[in-house]
Ligand binder design. Structure first.
Ligand SMILES: CC(C)(COP(=O)(O)OP(=O)(O)OC[C@H]1O[C@@H](n2cnc3c(N)ncnc32)[C@H](O)[C@@H]1OP(=O)(O)O)[C@@H](O)C(=O)NCCC(=O)NCCS
Length: 188
């Protein structure tokens, strides 16, 4: 990753990730994970889910610079998770995170997914993006729980669940029932 940046009103663009972005995404997520702000994501997992990922760049006279990443992962026909969202630490609060969430929302609308979900320690940020904090013991979609079963922090998880209903996107008419998942013990 390049040296620290000081930028006023940067021009931010967001595009789908490609293979050359993966090491940058990995480094960025690992940096935040080391501070306990998000879960670590192995590089293999990022390659395997690369088509979920978007990359934000800021335009400079020397060309575009990596500014952050975020992903939209489909869980069921009516819900997708915004995950792997991380802005380069030296350029937070410049609007980059919001642009990444907007890209995820645009894609969810394009494919007809009516609800977005995220696990986060940054509830205030997601509220600014139109999400609402939910009661994770009552309001979680069953498919969200089944993903939790694979998380190493499953027991004693202290992340918050946030959700956004996308106005104007109907629930698919032929939506099958997701497989039942019991609310796991140990989640506060
Ligand atoms: C959370 C994160 C993605 C926000 O990205 P960002 O580029 O700094 O956020 P933005 O500049 O787009 O902020 C959008 C709005 O949210 C606010 N905001 C940003 N971070 C916030 C936070 N942690 N708490 C409350 N509000 C926050 C901003 O002030 C801004 O408000 P405004 O619209 O009134 O100006 C970034 O801080 C980050 O990568 N954090 C570490 C990883 C993480 O927490 N990921 C979240 C999901 S795992």
């Amino acid at each position: 990753m390049s040296d620290s940046l000081t930028l006023d009103n940067p021009v931010i663009t967001v595009r789908p990730a490609d293979t050359e972005d993966v090491p940058l995404i990995f480094d960025n997520i690992s940096t935040w994970a080391a501070q306990g702000k998000m879960l670590v994501r192995p590089m293999q997992n990022i390659f395997e889910n690369m088509r979920d990922f978007y990359v934000a760049e800021i335009q400079t006279d020397d060309g575009p610079i990596f500014a952050g990443n975020g992903a939209l992962h489909i869980l069921w026909g009516d819900i997708a998770e915004v995950r792997g969202l991380a802005v380069r630490p030296d350029i937070v609060t410049k609007g980059i995170g919001k642009k990444l969430v907007e890209a995820c929302e645009l894609e969810a609308r394009r494919i007809g997914i009516p609800t977005l979900f995220a696990w986060t320690y940054s509830v205030g940020f997601f509220e600014k993006c139109g999400f609402k904090l939910i009661d994770k013991t009552k309001e979680l979609h069953p498919r969200v729980w089944s993903e939790c079963l694979r998380c190493p922090f499953f027991v004693g998880c202290n992340e918050n669940g946030v959700m956004k209903r996308l106005v104007g996107v109907p629930v698919p008419a032929n939506l099958p029932e997701p497989p039942p998942t019991q609310v796991p013990p140990g989640i506060r």
